[in-house]
Design a protein around this ligand. Sequence first.
Ligand SMILES: C[S@@+](CC[C@H](N)C(=O)[O-])C[C@H]1O[C@@H](n2cnc3c(N)ncnc32)[C@H](O)[C@@H]1O
Length: 238
Amino acid sequence: MTPEKRPSTPFNRDQIFQVLEYKKQVTILSPQHISLTLRKNVFIPDEGTFKLIEQSGKLIREHPTITVIADIGTGSGVIGITLAKQFPHKTVYAYDISTAALKLAKLNAQQNEVTNLSLFHNQRGEWIHKHSPSSIDLVIANPPFTDNREHASPTFAHNYPDYHLQPKQAIRTYDTYGTTPYKQIIRQARRFQVPFFLFRCNPFSLDKVIKQISSEELTITEIAAANEPYIFLFVRTK
Ligand SMILES: C[S@@+](CC[C@H](N)C(=O)[O-])C[C@H]1O[C@@H](n2cnc3c(N)ncnc32)[C@H](O)[C@@H]1O
């Protein structure tokens, strides 16, 4: 497929869903100026994704010891690719369980001429690929976010009007408290001696996620954008 190198359409999530009703894919310019192709079988990034990229950039600049970055659940690749472009001397690993996501992330990496990013295909229950080639300095994750309680709540359809348009394994944690992705990421991170984590968290499960992280011998150093629909947890090993 020929890479679409110069998209001029800015990011507008509602319009993207509309276009994807009749087109296989759409290429837009992301708020952080990468050319991003999106398809309906892969999570469409939202405002929280782009805020997470901003927060990640800030953290990476503040801690020059961070040289290897892992983007867990990369989807379209937007987080990993943007950071790989912004920090060409860093190494980025990007993981997903979905072959459709990895195919799209590969296309997006190519069309942005990113060479410092490697993609890995995870198996079920795996979040940090066991053959990741080195230690990792920063884990960034916008993992599946809606737990069984929220899915069953009467406000669910109102809060997630685009639920039926998104792949379920991108959205649902299929557990009671939404903690499983965080718990598994943190436990698998131990063998890679990861000192920094930056997680996006759904306000609905925030208290349970905080409790889970704190029970894993990690310290939450900052909770950012605490009153927004997107919350970011900065976490360090003790
Ligand atoms: C909420 S989406 C986030 C996508 C992208 N990072 C973004 O912010 O636009 C969560 C992603 O996690 C992926 N995922 C689910 N289980 C996974 C696993 N075990 N390992 C890696 N990725 C997984 C989904 O396929 C999906 O792409």
